[in-house]
Ligand binder design. Structure first.
Ligand SMILES: [Zn+2]
Length: 395
């Protein structure tokens, strides 16, 4: 299905921005190496709405393929394995305490193995969940949680059942986010709270060299577009925060004269979004051209890439650098670079020997300084390190 309309505002003024061919249909680095070689590939195309600036996959995979892909993720996953940092969860809980009532019935849509449900239960809430991954459901049920197995959809719960709905890292996997939000709004009691959290693509565009796009991220949210989507469903915005994730808390408003007016992104928001995208594409194109040439010049025998998450995969596919990479390695064995299906993977410690490792490319964005510290002894022994943020730098 190729989108002809924006999934948030239904405008048909949409445009294709980024196209990656032969891109692996895999999760964010959490597909295990032993199954990685069976991962199929396909074109990944990101589009933008010229009216509301929402970003989305132009040709999203089917719900069945999406379920199959998400179900390839091994469970139980720890928090780090899902890509969520502990600090992000703490921040989310801080906001939760601020905007949600101190007790009541909570539904966690996309509850995974139940780590958030555990925390909320301890805080005194009556919690239950929905989860599509049967392995995760099993783990959550073993802890005594009431979890409905399956894709969250209309008719799963009676209207006006819950005081609070939490949904983290779900709206970014939605083919029809408006339908999903409307269904959540229906099962909230009047005055109930929706607490949602999604990865923040603006931050990627502003800071990163490569984006971490992948087939199971069907929506790429920014604060203005998420705000628009929530208010469009009649939710009154209470607040939230924006870092590498965006958290937003909305309240189901009374219908009638107090009906909520949707808050569309302003012209300034939209200009900003397009500027960010343009700068990102420019940076990405420049690196795609310069990085392989630099590597060929300085390390003709190939390079070890440190980092195995989606930005790394994105970089390799975008630059066509797959051939120059000897090995992808990571300090986190759960992110074994399974997304690079078809290559040989090796989980290595940070003890590179300069005799068999000519150069190390530090791909991780977020942990760059920390990783460089770990590489000090390798550098002391004459090893070479390349990083590409903000520009390509040989150390
Ligand atoms: Zn739109």
């Amino acid at each position: 299905m190729v989108r002809e309309q924006c999934p948030v505002c239904s405008a048909s003024d949409i445009e294709e921005l980024i196209v990656l061919d032969d891109y692996p249909f895999a999760g964010n680095g959490v597909v295990r190496a032993d199954v990685a070689k069976k991962v199929p590939t396909g074109t990944l195309s990101v589009g933008v709405c010229r009216v509301c600036s929402t970003l989305f996959q132009m040709d999203p995979i089917s719900m069945d393929d999406l379920d199959a892909m998400l179900q390839r993720q091994p469970y139980p996953l720890t928090q780090a394995e899902t890509g969520m940092e502990v600090a992000e969860t703490d921040r989310f809980l801080e906001a939760f305490r601020k905007y949600a009532p101190p007790q009541g019935k909570v539904l966690d849509v996309g509850c995974g193995t139940g780590s958030l449900m555990n925390t909320l239960k301890k805080l005194g809430y009556e919690v239950s969940g929905v989860e599509a991954n049967p392995k995760a459901v099993e783990v959550a049920k073993k802890q005594g949680f009431d979890v409905v197995e399956g894709r969250f959809e209309e008719g799963m719960f009676p209207d006006e059942t819950f005081d609070i709905i939490v949904t983290r890292s779900v709206l970014d996997h939605a083919i029809e986010p408006s339908t999903l939000l409307a269904t959540m709004e229906n099962i909230l009691k009047p005055g109930g709270i929706l607490a949602c959290e999604v990865p923040n693509i603006s931050r990627v565009f502003r800071r990163s060299a490569f984006g971490g796009f992948n087939h199971h991220h069907l929506m790429y949210w920014t604060t203005p577009t998420l705000r628009y989507a929530l208010t469009y469903q009649g939710l009154d915005l209470l607040g939230g925060f924006e870092e590498s994730y965006i958290a937003m808390f909305g309240q189901k408003a009374d219908k009638g004269e107090d009906a909520i007016e949707p808050v569309p992104p302003t012209d300034v928001d939209i200009d900003q979004a397009f500027e960010d995208v343009d700068r990102f594409l420019e940076r990405k194109d420049r690196l795609a051209e310069e990085l392989p040439a630099e590597l060929e010049k300085h390390c003709p025998n190939g390079v070890v890439v440190l980092g195995a998450g989606t930005p790394t995969v994105d970089m390799l596919y975008y630059t066509g650098m797959e051939e120059m990479v000897n090995k992808v390695t990571t300090t986190d064995k759960t992110r074994v670079g399974g997304v690079l299906g078809g290559y040989d993977f090796e989980i290595a410690q940070m003890d590179f020997d300069k005799h068999d490792t000519e150069a190390v490319l530090v791909s991780s964005e977020r942990r760059q300084e920390e990783l460089l510290e770990h590489l000090e002894s390798y550098l002391d022994h004459g090893g070479r390190v390349i990083r590409f943020r903000p520009g390509i730098e040989m150390i």
